[in-house]
Design a protein around this ligand. Structure first.
Ligand SMILES: [Cu+2]
Length: 106
């Protein structure tokens, strides 16, 4: 490889880092048999969470700090976009033993 080629590659990589926006991810949180899994999820602002309720009763993902309160009807999936950073403890209002943590990076 000539020196010029190497420089071009490095330049392309640098441009890529600047131009390509961070990909927003979609994460899945499953509620099944009264358990939230995974119990701890790391995400970023802009990511989408698919809240999947596999049980036959309603669940919620209720943030202790009030940042979100999502209701999942039985056997339904609800999506929400994370728009605020923070480490959020959340639980189900109907089954307070269902607890999990969502770490949202800025
Ligand atoms: Cu519940």
């Amino acid at each position: 490889m000539r020196t010029g080629d190497g420089l071009a590659v490095v330049t392309a990589l640098m441009l890529g880092a600047i131009i390509v926006p961070a990909h927003a991810a979609t994460l899945q949180v499953v509620m099944e048999n009264l358990v939230v899994s995974p119990a701890e999820v790391s995400a970023k602002v802009g990511d989408t969470v698919e809240w999947i309720n596999k049980d036959v009763f309603v669940h919620t993902a209720t943030a202790r700090n009030g940042d979100f309160d999502i209701t999942m009807p039985p056997k339904k999936t609800v999506t929400s976009v994370l728009n605020k950073a923070g480490t959020i403890d959340y639980y189900c209002r109907y089954h307070p033993n269902m607890k999990a943590v969502l770490r949202i990076a800025p």
